[in-house]
Design a protein around this ligand. Structure first.
Ligand code: HPA
Length: 269
């Protein structure tokens, strides 16, 4: 508990404007932070007890500034289980956000498309998830944050989904909606695994987000999630290879669209 509090106290001294919304920016999506006004950049390495971002396409900064007219706290880069961190380290920032008074968490990621109607560059509203990695709440329950057995029935806030669909139609941006399956990685899936998770009810697959969402839900935050589809896991040409650089490139290309949508969502919540 002290570690969360120490990190929160440090950040409290540096952030502006009592933000109620935080945004976690996934692989290749960090450019949203460039659109923030009056931005204060706080490198993770300056924050007590914070891990360091090592994944490609991930900078390691908290950025506090105005987006959609409101102060928000953005994480430019996140921690993944495949980097060797414990689930407690991966989700540490979410609890720090809670202590800072954050009420809404917007999460984004790059994901592989499993649903064969999805194309590279599509944006998918996460309407639900399937967790295939260790649960970050394993261990003694921290009662200061939430209950032992948190409900996960409406994890992704329905009002936020409705607002986002309204915004997308005003902006004439088409959105998909589906289920995200979270795995540990770091290897990509075999064709048989993509097909398997499709049969299990997933539309997209990735290596992040779910641990943060579980810890955020435990702490009572309202959540909105969006995936950028960066590769298509349902047809494999003879010479196809999954490549992390292609994933970052596709995510970068979609970042502009996502930035518009997230700014408007922040404005309306
Ligand atoms: N699988 C897992 N994680 C990913 C993928 C994928 O195909 N694409 C982007 N992140």
């Amino acid at each position: 508990m002290n570690q969360y509090q120490e990190a929160a106290d440090y950040l409290k001294g540096r952030i502006k404007g009592n933000p109620e919304t935080a945004v976690i920016l996934g692989s290749g999506l960090g450019s949203l932070a460039d659109k923030m006004e009056e931005a204060v950049v706080i490198p993770y390495k300056d924050i007590p007890h914070f891990a360091h971002a090592t994944a490609t396409g991930h900078k390691g900064n908290f950025i506090c500034g105005r987006l959609g007219g409101k102060f928000v706290l953005a994480m430019q880069g996140r921690f993944h289980y495949y980097e060797g961190y414990t689930m407690q380290q991966v989700t540490f920032p979410v609890r720090v956000m809670k202590l800072l008074g954050i009420k809404n968490l917007l999460v984004s990621n790059a994901a592989g498309g499993i649903n064969n109607t999805f194309r590279v560059g599509d944006l998918m509203i996460i309407r639900d998830h399937i967790n295939m990695a260790p649960n970050p709440l394993i261990g003694p329950n921290n009662e200061r944050f939430g209950v032992r057995f948190p409900d996960m029935t409406r994890t992704y806030d329905r009002e936020f989904i409705r607002l986002m669909e309204e915004i997308a139609s005003e902006e004439m941006i088409s959105l998909k909606k589906g289920v995200y399956v979270g795995l540990t990685g770091p290897s990509y899936e075999t064709p048989a695994e993509y097909a398997f998770f499709g049969k299990a009810g997933a539309d997209a697959v990735g290596m992040s987000t779910v641990p943060e969402v579980i810890v955020a839900r435990h702490a009572g935050l309202r959540i909105f999630g969006m995936s950028v589809i960066t590769n298509e896991g349902y047809h494999f040409a003879d010479d196809f290879v999954n490549d992390g650089a292609d994933v970052i490139k596709a995510a970068n290309e979609a970042a502009g669209k996502m930035t518009v949508l997230f700014s408007k969502l922040v404005h309306r919540i």
